[in-house]
Design a protein around this ligand. Structure first.
Ligand code: ADP
Length: 251
């Protein structure tokens, strides 16, 4: 579902990703862990086409992000191709980024109506269903300001799900929340991991959560995956000294 092949990403002279290779299979929930500044968010931003690679290729659902096929040849992607690829990918950020002037319902129906051409009635029905799933069925008409941070984040998750993405990118989605609000958001993500076949790539500092829901954990350091293993292996008997140090420092 996701393939990075020898991806190099630099900001000026600073090499953030060094010939990075990894794949994520359909339906997998993969968590990226590693020290701050190691390039985890950059990976998500490349997938969202908010950044471009310097070298190497990224594929999503078997198609290149940066190139498209035309007349049997690969040519650089145009804006239409990028838009089509972006629709397959949902992203939830640390800061929820809801539209403050819209109701909860409008926040969720806006993109399906505008980008997928869904009718207002259908988008509304699906939004209500998603709000029930994230435990906010009674907040349809509320405005973001009237909700707690945890509730806003659950709306942001419902909004991403409303686009029926193949891939969900989750960037530190609980970092901005008060501790007592974290559990509700993690429960929603656990449901997604267990009950849907959406492929998830998640950056988190919540090691217990990573342990509970991930099919695979990738330990990331200095622009490379230094260890890639199921959570029961990575958290209990990591092979790499750097992973041991990191886990020791954060758990
Ligand atoms: P992580 O998510 O692991 O904390 P990031 O991907 O955010 O790491 O950042 C990796 C490195 O890239 C950091 O050194 C950061 O300062 C740098 N970086 C990220 N985005 C930019 C940018 N737009 N311009 C310059 N440097 C950047």
């Amino acid at each position: 579902m996701i393939r990075f092949d020898r991806v190099v990403k630099k900001f000026g002279d600073h090499v953030v990703l060094r010939e990075l290779d990894f794949t994520v299979k359909p339906g997998e929930f993969v968590t990226l862990i590693g020290p701050s500044g190691s390039g985890k968010t950059t990976i998500l931003r490349l997938l969202m086409t908010l950044e471009r690679v310097n070298e190497g290729t990224i594929e999503v659902c078997g198609e290149y992000l940066s190139h498209m096929e035309r007349g049997g040849k690969l040519v650089p992607a145009d804006e239409k191709h990028l838009r089509r690829m972006r629709k397959r990918i949902g992203m939830v950020f640390q800061q929820f980024n809801l539209f403050p002037n819209m109701s909860v319902l409008q926040n969720i129906t806006e993109a399906p109506i505008r980008a997928l051409g869904m009718s207002k009635a259908e988008a509304g029905e699906r939004a209500r269903d998603l709000l029930d799933k994230v435990g906010l069925g009674d907040k349809v008409d509320a405005h973001p300001m009237q909700l707690s941070g945890g509730q806003q984040q659950r709306v942001a998750i419902a909004r991403a799900l409303a686009m029926e993405p193949d891939v969900m990118l989750l960037d530190e989605v609980t970092s901005a929340l008060d501790p007592e609000l974290v559990a509700g958001v993690l429960k929603v993500l656990r449901d997604i991991a267990e009950k849907t076949d959406i492929t998830c790539l998640c950056v988190t500092h919540e090691m217990q959560f990573a342990k509970d829901v991930s099919d695979r954990v990738m330990m990331f350091d200095q622009g490379q995956v230094i260890e890639d293993a199921p959570p029961e292996k990575l958290f209990t008997s990591p092979e790499h000294e750097r992973t041991r140090e990191f886990l020791h420092a954060v758990i």
